[in-house]
Design a protein around this ligand. Structure first.
Ligand SMILES: *[C@@H]1O[C@H](CO)[C@@H](O)[C@H](O)[C@H]1NC(C)=O
Ligand SMILES: *[C@@H]1O[C@H](CO)[C@@H](O)[C@H](O)[C@H]1NC(C)=O
Ligand SMILES: *[C@@H]1O[C@H](CO)[C@@H](O)[C@H](O)[C@H]1NC(C)=O
Length: 239
């Protein structure tokens, strides 16, 4: 018998919903509430799915229906969910720009964190015109985006120097991660640090993330602290 994992998944979701409904409404095993229309629809889907199941002799195997080779992949599942939303709700679902999170070689816990917070409001805090700074005139788009996702998408690519570019690439992720940890420390440990310490933590995080990069040994952490602009501009180190 070939069991289709995709269908099994939907069936099990439907069944668990039905069991839940039943357990909420059963009294001594008797369901006395009439089913809702949406439940009837699901029941029909379940029956239709079961009707296609054919039993025959032989070894049991699993097959993932939404991939042409029958193998499960997150991508195929994601595509199916997006298509379902489009067909059933008649809405076009915007696909998540996965490269800004999964395409960056940072720790996977940071990737998950960035994916979670990507719909949040962007980290730009609104300043008065007189407080606007150099960065804002250089990269105005970074200061007008509405979500973290857009902020990461707008982050300019810099390729002037191997180390400077890497530091620059990690910077938004290290900033988000450090702010999050600082906030947690404040909330749960009742410890608070100032802006300067936060900046140092960010630089240290970047340095730490660079440790899997072999050529890091050619560079010094101290330069991140002493000459940040020099590092970002690619003036530090070997060309
Ligand atoms: C889907 O939405 C579009 C525009 O929003 C509309 O023209 C179309 O009739 C809708 N289709 C269905 C099947 O509801
Ligand atoms: C949070 O607190 C821990 C324990 O005190 C400390 O090691 C860590 O550096 C702090 N992190 C930040 C970002 O402040
Ligand atoms: C940073 O490094 C560059 C290149 O070595 C140097 O020209 C510049 O003066 C340094 N700036 C500071 C503040 O040390």
């Amino acid at each position: 018998m070939v069991v289709d994992c995709g269908e099994v998944l939907w069936i099990s979701m439907i069944i668990s919903r039905m069991v839940l409904c039943a357990s909420q409404t059963c009294n001594g095993g008797r369901v006395y509430r009439r089913t809702y229309e949406w439940e009837e629809e699901q029941e029909e889907q379940l029956m239709a799915a079961l009707a296609r199941v054919q039993l025959d002799d032989g070894d049991d195997t699993w097959r993932w229906s939404w991939d042409k080779h029958g193998c499960f992949s997150v991508k195929s599942f994601y595509k199916e969910l997006v298509n379902r939303a489009r067909v059933q709700q008649n809405v076009s679902v915007q696909r998540f720009p996965f490269k800004v999170v999964w395409g960056v070689d940072i720790l996977s816990k940071v990737q998950f964190f960035c994916m979670d917070i990507s719909p949040w409001e962007s980290p730009y805090c609104r300043q008065s015109v007189s407080q606007r700074n150099y960065g804002e005139s250089m990269f105005p788009a970074l200061f007008t985006v509405s979500s973290i996702e857009e902020w990461l998408l707008q982050w300019p690519v810099v390729t002037n120097h191997e180390w400077g570019s890497l530091v620059w690439k990690y910077l938004p992720y290290a900033t988000l991660w450090t702010l999050w940890k600082t906030r947690n420390n404040k909330t749960f440990r009742n410890t608070e640090i100032g802006v300067e310490r936060i900046c140092r933590e960010i630089k240290f995080t970047i340095w730490y993330w660079c440790s899997s990069w072999k050529r890091r040994k050619k560079y010094k952490y101290q330069d991140l602290e002493d000459n940040w602009t020099g590092v970002i501009r690619g003036l530090i180190g070997y060309v």
